[in-house]
Design a binder for this molecule. Structure first.
Ligand code: URA
Length: 437
């Protein structure tokens, strides 16, 4: 069967066999199937979906597009966490330091910015010298000591996800349950994890806009995990407004380090601690979520989490000025500030528009070949439910001198809904799957 015939069949709602899916993934990864045919396939999947067997076959073919690492000889639980993507979601950076300090080994295979959401690899590359390319010797060495590593897909580690991910980013095919499942779990299982904790983001700044879609994604993730014989658990967290204050690349690294120093915004701390606690439970290092959270807090308080994160960054060649304000990173100055138009409460935020504002500034990609400007971003200074006086700060736009930011400013303004009634502030952690029993 030619790729064209398979695209045609999926377009009409037919199903594909395991070997047909494998031939598509293989042909694309080897460069025999061009981007335009694969983009058509992805769009056909977006409209027609994949059944459980096809989703499993896609995950497996993508995982086997490169090496599948076996970490059995490294002692201790190897657990990773992955987010389905959000705005200002820098959780992976502090989380890995905390989890390592608590005794989990974290082989983290991350991605780049996707759609309007940021990517851990792009954030790390704002650190001078940090090498995100996978290198087998360094990977194993850092996993043994200090106990964690963050790398990207490569020619020999899930190249299919690297290439499909980049194509989905620019073809509006990201928000699709089977494609997300295969993308995330092919990476994680190729990286050699024992289990994965997933942060499924829900809301206007996420790919899953409501709890129904989020539950569908969670069920599919847990089912594919079970088929691979590995535990997958899901926490649902709210993603309509940014998590924390910093949105961008370098600014998010700075906020992550502030967090590990014992500061950082409360919502970021809450979500991170809950996710670490789940990793500890999965790895048999905490008997309950409460015990996990208190271990995580302690690792932040005694400096061990920061020491682990620092060793990880330096192990990848990264150079940060750890004691300087802003870690010595190049962050763009405030080019414009948004303030409350009158005394009112912030009732709702369209998080997707905030993410797109950062893409407009150059902090994300519109085409595959685009380079990212790590300096730009937003500083998010209000929270949904806050009652603000007229003129109170809401957001700063960070952009290099001379860059026109009027359109970005209008986009951010249009993303905000004000109300005279005070809506209740909403919880960040919305639930879990499977339910704790
Ligand atoms: N994260 C991934 O790795 N892949 C997706 O498709 C979405 C979020």
């Amino acid at each position: 069967m030619s790729a064209l015939e398979l695209v045609e069949r999926k377009k009409r709602g037919g199903s594909l066999s395991r070997s047909e899916i494998s031939s598509l993934v293989d042909g694309f990864t080897r460069g025999h199937i061009p981007d335009y045919q694969m983009a058509a396939f992805l769009m056909a999947v977006w409209f027609r979906g994949l059944d459980a067997g096809e989703t499993l076959a896609l995950t497996e073919s993508m995982m086997r597009s490169g090496r599948v690492l076996d970490l059995a000889r490294i002692p201790g639980p190897k657990i990773d966490k992955h987010s389905t993507g959000g705005v200002g979601d820098k959780v992976s950076l502090p989380l890995i330091g905390i989890a390592m300090a608590c005794g989990v080994r974290v082989p983290m295979l991350s991605g780049r910015a996707l759609g309007h959401t940021g990517g851990t690899l792009d954030k790390l590359e704002s650190i001078p010298g940090y090498v995100t390319a996978f290198d087998a010797e360094r990977y194993e060495r850092l996993l043994r000591h200090p106990g964690g590593t963050i790398v990207g897909q490569s020619d020999d580690l899930v190249p299919a996800d690297r290439d499909l991910y980049a194509l989905r980013d620019v073809t509006a095919t990201v928000d699709c349950v089977p494609l997300i499942v295969a993308s995330i779990l092919s990476k994680k299982f190729a990286a050699g994890v024992d289990g994965v904790v997933l942060d499924v983001k829900v809301g206007s700044g996420a790919f899953m806009r409501d709890m129904e879609q989020a539950r569908e994604l969670a069920r599919a993730l847990v089912a594919v995990g079970a088929a691979f014989g590995r535990p997958v658990s899901v926490l649902f967290t709210r993603m309509d407004e940014p998590l924390g204050e910093a949105v961008g690349n370098a600014v998010e690294v700075v906020e992550a380090v502030e967090f590990l120093r014992g500061g950082g915004p409360e919502d970021l701390r809450e979500v991170t601690f809950v996710l670490v606690a789940e990793m500890l439970r999965m790895g048999g290092l905490a008997a309950s979520a409460e015990e996990g959270v208190s271990k995580a807090r302690a690792a932040c308080g005694d400096g061990s989490a920061l020491a682990c994160f620092r060793a990880l960054v330096e192990g990848h060649g990264g150079r940060l000025d750890w004691d300087a304000p802003g870690c010595g990173l190049d962050v763009a100055p405030v080019a414009a500030s948004l303030t409350a138009p009158r005394r009112a409460s912030l009732a709702a935020v369209d998080g997707r528009q905030l993410g797109l504002a950062v893409v407009d500034l150059g902090g994300g990609r519109k085409r595959k070949q685009d380079l990212i400007d790590a300096r730009v971003g937003l500083r998010w200074r209000a929270r949904i439910g806050d009652v603000l006086e007229a003129g109170a700060p809401v957001a700063d736009i960070l952009a290099p001198p001379g860059m026109a930011v009027d359109a970005v400013r209008r986009r951010v303004e249009a993303a905000l809904t004000w109300s005279d009634a005070a809506p209740p502030g909403a919880a960040r952690v919305l639930g879990r799957y499977p339910d704790a029993g």
